[in-house]
Ligand binder design. Structure first.
Ligand code: FES
Length: 179
């Protein structure tokens, strides 16, 4: 699914400047990962993960540099980055909220959950709140279909979500941020 994240105002939690290029450390890391695979192309996903883990998103400059490092076209790398919902092309908020909209979750109330989140946060899918705290993303099956509707917050799954549970979760995350 193609996604676009509306760029938030500068976020203190991401080092945006360094993300504009691959530094030596990342170049060495790319070479390490490349060596694990017979085909350079096969190392693309782990390398993209590495970049996102380092900077929180994969800038166009980094996409281009990764393409050069692997001998791929920039459009191939861009196609992969924009295909997978887990990759971000601009800095996301501090917490990424992913709502599963696939059938099982849909039938268990994912639509209502998404509507509630959009209303509470005042943003649409693909957008980040003004304070840079939350980014809302619609994703396909998260592999926890018996727990629907499922909301993943960063790396943590929250199953059988209800608007009330969402409110408690958002409050807890806000409190944590203010602590
Ligand atoms: S359908 Fe939502 S986790 Fe599988």
């Amino acid at each position: 699914m193609q996604k676009t994240l509306r760029a938030a105002r500068p976020l203190p939690h991401w080092d945006k400047l360094k993300a504009k290029r691959l530094d030596r450390k990342m170049q060495r890391r790319i070479e390490d990962i490349k060596r694990r695979y017979e085909e350079p192309r096969a190392s693309l996903l782990p390398i993209l993960w590495e970049c996102q883990n380092r900077w929180g998103y994969i800038s166009p400059e980094v996409q281009k540099a990764v393409a050069e490092a692997l001998g791929l076209s920039a459009s191939t790398v861009q196609g992969v980055v924009t295909f997978y919902t887990m990759f971000h092309t601009s800095p996301p908020g501090k917490h990424v909220l992913e709502v599963c909209s696939t059938l099982s979750c849909h039938l268990s109330g994912a639509g209502e959950l998404a509507a509630h989140l959009r209303k509470r946060l005042g943003i649409e899918f693909g957008e980040t709140t003004e304070d840079g705290l939350f980014t809302l993303v619609e994703v396909q099956c998260l592999g926890a279909c018996d727990q629907g509707p499922v909301l993943r917050v960063d790396e943590t799954y929250h199953g059988r979500m209800t608007p009330r549970k969402v409110d408690r979760l958002l409050s807890a995350l806000r409190e944590e941020d203010n602590a």
